[in-house]
Design a protein around this ligand. Structure first.
Ligand SMILES: NC(=O)c1ccc[n+]([C@@H]2O[C@H](COP(=O)([O-])OP(=O)(O)OC[C@H]3O[C@@H](n4cnc5c(N)ncnc54)[C@H](OP(=O)(O)O)[C@@H]3O)[C@@H](O)[C@H]2O)c1
Length: 316
């Protein structure tokens, strides 16, 4: 069907808008990034965290963050489902001199006891760093056409990746506000910007976390609370190994970030009070820029990006 003159006019305006938005974004994002990076690096005193809560601490990035932050005088509460793996991480942290408590819970289930536990820990050890990191990943291609549209397929993921993070954070926010200090870091993902269709529920959860962290940052700024977001690209953890094992990623393993490297960068940045923590700056800036192009072009770029192995899962 032929486009009407009005539709043609609207499309031309949209294209012209995009042609302006891209160079303006380029001109704005890069200098802002440099200024904020310089501000972080030039900050004279490094923050010290003595009471730390980490979700998703039984493996991968969360476990690495825990061992890197552990040390004498540090008290930690580590949270995940797998109690045995939590015990292993606890041992490593205790060996470094930290006092560690562990709590096993499914963040997708009823969380009253969990909230009580967070508050109990905070009353005994006023928390100065909360890391809301737990998440899971499912792919539409791992289910049949019907399955992936059923709520059983995506509810657990959305509950864990969104509600789990929000409930954890909201439980402690009033305590942070009453003390007028504290740092909160949530783990988002590059998939918040570059969303492969096959991982759509995961992508939307990570976009939600990015938006939640940015909104909370503006809300809590007046209370001197720092809200940071960690934006990893593909990182060599259990989650990513599953992608490789199931043949869903063409991304060359050697080009992914090692979990301990990512955790070292994140801990350094947290100590400097950084708010956006992206281990791969080029990937983050590219992802932001791709977000400014028209959707048709963006989906071509996302497909090419993932198929060429630059970003993760193969589209099937
Ligand atoms: N690896 C990557 O390429 C990549 C890229 C971008 C962002 N990220 C993000 O990084 C964070 C950590 O992931 P990872 O790569 O380190 O993967 P991982 O090794 O699988 O770690 C995920 C952690 O979350 C916990 N978890 C998952 N579902 C849970 C639930 N329902 N209740 C409680 N705990 C739960 C897991 O523990 P249990 O199984 O013991 O419960 C585990 O400790 C996630 O937010 C992920 O989205 C990862």
């Amino acid at each position: 069907m032929m486009a009407t003159p009005l539709e043609l006019f609207r499309d031309t305006c949209e294209l012209a808008g995009d042609l302006i938005v891209i160079p303006v974004s380029l001109a704005l994002i890069l200098p802002l990034w440099v200024v904020s990076a310089l501000k972080s690096y030039l900050r004279p005193t490094k923050r010290v965290y003595k009471s730390i809560v980490i979700t998703g601490a039984s493996s991968g990035i969360g476990a690495q963050l825990a061992t890197k932050l552990a040390g004498p005088g540090v008290t930690m509460l580590l949270i995940a489902r797998d109690i045995d793996r939590l015990k292993e991480v606890k041992e490593e942290c205790v060996a470094k001199g930290a006092r560690v408590e562990i709590f096993s819970t499914d963040l997708a289930s009823k969380l009253d006891l969990y909230q009580d536990e967070l508050l109990r820990f905070d009353s005994a050890n006023p928390v100065d760093l909360l890391i809301s990191n737990a998440a899971e990943l499912v792919y539409t291609s791992s289910a049949s056409e019907r399955d992936w549209t059923s709520k059983e397929f995506y509810c657990h993921l959305l509950d864990t990746n969104i509600s789990g993070v929000v409930i954890t954070t909201q439980t402690l926010v009033p305590r942070f506000q009453s003390r007028k200090r504290g740092t909160i870091m949530m783990t988002s993902s590059i998939n918040a910007f570059l969303p492969p269709g096959q991982q759509m529920f995961y992508n939307m959860s990570k976009a939600a976390i990015l938006s939640y962290s940015e909104s909370l940052r503006t809300l809590l700024d007046k209370d001197s609370i720092t809200v940071s977001v960690l934006i990893p690209g593909l990182t060599n953890t259990r989650l990513a190994q599953l992608l490789w094992k199931e043949g869903k990623s063409t991304f060359p393993k050697p080009l992914s970030t090692e979990e301990d490297v990512l955790a070292t960068i994140a801990v350094d940045q947290l100590k400097m009070g950084a708010t956006t923590i992206a281990p791969s700056v080029w990937q983050y800036v590219t992802a932001k820029l791709v977000n400014t192009v028209p959707l048709t072009l963006k989906s071509y770029i996302v497909k090419a990006h993932y198929l060429s192995g630059v970003g993760g899962a193969k589209q099937t």
